[in-house]
Design a protein around this ligand. Structure first.
Ligand code: BES
Ligand code: ZN
Ligand code: ZN
Length: 489
């Protein structure tokens, strides 16, 4: 459904063409497109300001039925994200007008400060990501997404960059998958159901799949993971996905928090803060979707995805504040608060992966703390790492994909906030301040000398309101970021 083509607009009939326009510079090369823009600017109805849009019909210069001019704003501010949002908005407006196909006039890269591949990729991503609606549970009034997204370039560019279409489509399909999982309500994605869904799709993609079920978790002494699962009617699992490449030297492990619903447990959350807790498996969704994407793209690095899946519920069987449990690694943990459950399932999965696979690096993704949202807001993830290069690679990957990440510290002297009088460590810090940091320090206690990074995605994983290239709810944050990162290490 993504196409990169070269056509003559004076000859070929096109239903809808979106033309991005800067307010202060001509960025196109096709004389027909330049003529159309000139005409519109002359009419004084459109000036190319960012987010400005105007539609013209049946212009005599070209055989296009409908031309949508889309403002990009000032040339000096033109970056990949501006192209993504422009493309996303154009797609959404076509969906709302029940159109089926859309063409984009791709600006000439020579006239921009970007590489041709960057221009094409950014526009395709914004368009593709916007062309997804989660409406599985809607009866009537379903919106139709666009069937074809075409990108108009000159002939040389079309030939040289056609391969980008399948790459962009794979990464965006991965993002769709993560969004679908996260948007699915918790009654429809109990740990058993979520596990099965991951297993089915991963197998289809040719990944090696292992499910450690409840009995095996007990036998192998995953005490922290089991403690969180204890209150739920649903059985927990640890799903391990493997993308193996013959001859590859490096193994990267990805771990994702998979709490299918976080009620808080006996330290139950209040109404408002519990409302969106179906999103508490966003890390798991991103990791599973990244492995599937990596397999699709035949990435040349060994990847292990470890996904602990539980539901955090209160009940007569639930763990209590004050309980002391023994983790997979053997350390005892005092449960200061049953709502700090993410770190418990993560450390058991991480300890297992480190012991079993000895990865050269490990990255975990988790909707771990509300405190991270307080610190960085809803659009930026927190990164914590014991390795400067890894932290820098993650931040750089996030800049490229616009899944922004900001590094926060792991100060040694804050560790005492996690001291327990009776066990090796407490899952609840003694201070409410710096909650994202103390959560990361808890994880750090279980990684030994493995190169490790933790990405707290509590803010960017789920947005109540829609945005330029995402519907309301799950954003799929992390899939493009991790896929980009895997290409760079
Ligand atoms: N799942 C939550 C964190 C969260 C908050 C995710 C908002 C998405 C949006 C996590 O399990 C949690 O409840 N954390 C507690 C930790 C505290 C009890 C130490 C928090 O952030 O308050
Ligand atoms: Zn919680
Ligand atoms: Zn949680």
């Amino acid at each position: 459904m993504l196409h990169l083509k070269s056509v003559n607009l004076k000859k070929q009939k096109i239903e809808t063409l979106a033309i991005p326009v800067c307010e202060d510079k001509d960025i196109h090369q096709d004389p027909a497109i330049q003529a159309v823009i000139k005409k519109a600017l002359k009419l004084n109805e459109f000036s190319g300001k960012k987010d400005e849009a105007v539609t013209f019909y049946d212009l005599p210069e070209i055989k296009t039925r409908r031309v949508m001019l889309a403002g990009l704003g000032n040339f000096k501010n033109l970056d990949r994200e501006t192209l993504r949002t422009m493309a996303g908005k154009s797609v959404k407006s076509c969906i709302n007008n029940e159109l089926a196909n859309l063409w984009f006039a791709v600006p000439a890269a020579e006239k921009l400060d970007l590489k041709p591949s960057e221009v094409i990729e950014a526009m395709q991503e914004g368009a593709y990501l916007a062309n997804h609606i989660f409406q599985k549970y809607k009866g009537e009034k379903k919106n139709k997404t666009l069937k074809q997204l075409n990108f108009l370039v000159n002939r040389q560019v079309a030939g040289k960059f056609r391969h980008l279409c399948s790459k962009v489509a794979a990464v965006c399909e991965g993002t769709y998958l993560a969004r679908e999982w996260v948007n699915t309500p918790s009654n429809e994605k109990t740990p058993e159901k979520f596990t099965r869904s991951i297993v089915n799709l991963a197998k289809k993609q040719g990944l090696r799949v292992q499910v450690i079920n409840e009995a095996q978790l007990k036998q192998k002494k995953f005490g922290a993971l089991l403690a969180v699962a204890a209150g739920s009617q649903s059985k927990p699992s640890l799903v391990v996905l493997e993308h193996k490449v013959p001859g590859a030297k490096k193994t990267v492990a990805l771990v994702g928090k998979g709490v299918t619903f976080d009620s808080g447990g006996l330290n139950i959350k209040t109404g408002g803060s519990m409302a969106d807790m179906k999103c508490d498996m966003s890390g798991a969704a991103a990791v599973a979707a990244t492995l599937i994407t990596a397999a699709r793209l035949k990435k040349k690095v060994n990847i292990i995805g470890a996904i602990p899946i539980v539901e955090n519920m209160p009940s007569g069987q639930a763990i209590r504040p004050g309980d002391i449990i023994r983790s997979y690694a053997g350390k005892t943990i005092e449960i200061g608060n049953t709502d700090a459950e993410g770190r418990l399932i993560l450390i058991d999965a991480m300890s297992y992966v480190i012991k079993r696979y000895k990865p050269q690096m490990l990255v975990d993704l988790a909707t771990l703390t509300g405190a991270c949202v307080v610190a960085l807001g809803e659009k930026i993830a927190g990164v914590f790492s014991n390795d400067d290069d890894l932290a820098a690679s993650i931040t750089a990957a996030g800049e490229k994909t616009h899944e922004r990440c900001w590094r926060l510290p792991l100060p040694d002297d804050y560790k005492e906030l996690l001291k327990s009088d009776f066990a090796d460590i407490n899952n609840m810090p003694s201070s409410r301040n710096g909650g994202a940091v103390t959560a990361a320090l808890f994880l750090a206690d279980f990684v030994d000398d493995t190169r490790w990074a933790h990405i707290d995605i509590a803010g960017p994983a789920y947005h109540k309101k829609e945005s330029d290239y995402c519907g309301p709810g799950a954003t799929g944050f992390g899939v493009r970021l991790l896929t980009e990162l895997l290409g760079k290490i």
